[in-house]
Design a protein around this ligand. Sequence first.
Ligand SMILES: NC(=O)c1ccc[n+]([C@@H]2O[C@H](COP(=O)([O-])OP(=O)(O)OC[C@H]3O[C@@H](n4cnc5c(N)ncnc54)[C@H](O)[C@@H]3O)[C@@H](O)[C@H]2O)c1
Length: 388
Amino acid sequence: MQSIGRTRTQSRPSRSVNLGGMDYPDPKRKGNFVGKVALAAIMTTVCILVLKKSSFNYATPFSMREEGVTHVLVTGGAGYIGSHATLRLLKDGYRVTIVDNLSRGNIGAVKILQELFPEPGRLQFIYADLGDAKAVNKIFAENAFDAVMHFAAVAYVGESTMYPLNTCATYGEPEKMPITEETTQVPINPYGKAKKMAEDMILDFSKTSDMAVMILRYFNVIGSDPEGRLGESPPPELREHGRISGACFDAARGIMPGLKVKGTDYKTHDGTCIRDYIDVTDLVDAHVKALEKAVPGKVGIYNVGTGKGRSVKEFVEACKKATGVDIKVDYLPRRPGDYAEVFSDPSKIRNELNWTARYTDLQQSLKVAWRWQKAHRDGYGTPSVMAS
Ligand SMILES: NC(=O)c1ccc[n+]([C@@H]2O[C@H](COP(=O)([O-])OP(=O)(O)OC[C@H]3O[C@@H](n4cnc5c(N)ncnc54)[C@H](O)[C@@H]3O)[C@@H](O)[C@H]2O)c1
């Protein structure tokens, strides 16, 4: 096992071979098979696995092993959270390989990351589908990863149920709030069930492995890079399944006529549902802390939340202030399947990983995200890879 616990704060020196460009696996080339990792089937909240040592027949900056944890595979790194996590990892001095099939993510986000970190050996992008076992084996054969941050997923609850905004994944509708890591997991939608299955697989796998495993459970992610380099840009066709912040921004931009808030008679202070929102900057910080504190042979499970729920009405008001647009809101009857209040108890992650949400502020997080949305009306633009 690799020793872990090292974070870099300085930029890494340049290397002689530039592999910073796009890398598309060539199925004809054969590579060595390295430690097999059950990545393809994993669709859970993010997990971090510290991988086994292996040897390679040929060397690239990404096939060479360095002391400590230095090379992180970020699956889904072209997506919203994955791209932000990659930015943070690169800033902290890690080497990153992104694997993404661009089904939802944006090659534009990867390009921005490559422009920010052009030094050879810092970032490589591999266009591949994690469901393609051959491609995944080849990736592991040709690269020496120390850890995996797994974000790749078909990540819209609404798509799985046709009930957008209905998150909470594996916990379902708990009887008691706040949700702790011990709260019984009874997922109520296919999205949550898939997450739970993936967690179960990881936990089963960990029983016979000395990998370090960290499972992070989070709820509603908002915000974007405070320096405005990255944002959230799902494919337009997923708009109707989108998340609440996307829906607010679309309404503010006039793409949608307004917002529909379903349910005003819940037993909450203003009658609308309460959810736990977390800024993506805080979220990736939790991942990096989890990576630093991961222990070989041990499993850590953590809720990543603020411990404080905010109502949909509060969210809408914050969105109106952040965008400066008086968004039209229709208050409608409840829809089936939504539950009144969901928020997490973050004490475990605070006590064990020394993590706490420092950037999450509903209005400010939305303001930062809105700034990016306004400056990027077409998101990251047409992905050239997909267009060809
Ligand atoms: N955004 C949220 O509010 C939120 C909340 C809780 C949990 N999560 C979880 O966080 C993770 C990341 O979410 P996100 O919001 O960044 O989603 P996203 O859709 O922006 O990113 C997912 C990325 O995975 C890629 N991908 C999907 N299937 C793939 C496959 N088979 N092979 C390779 N790449 C593939 C997509 O192209 C995309 O770039 C997901 O597991 C999601 O369920 C997100």
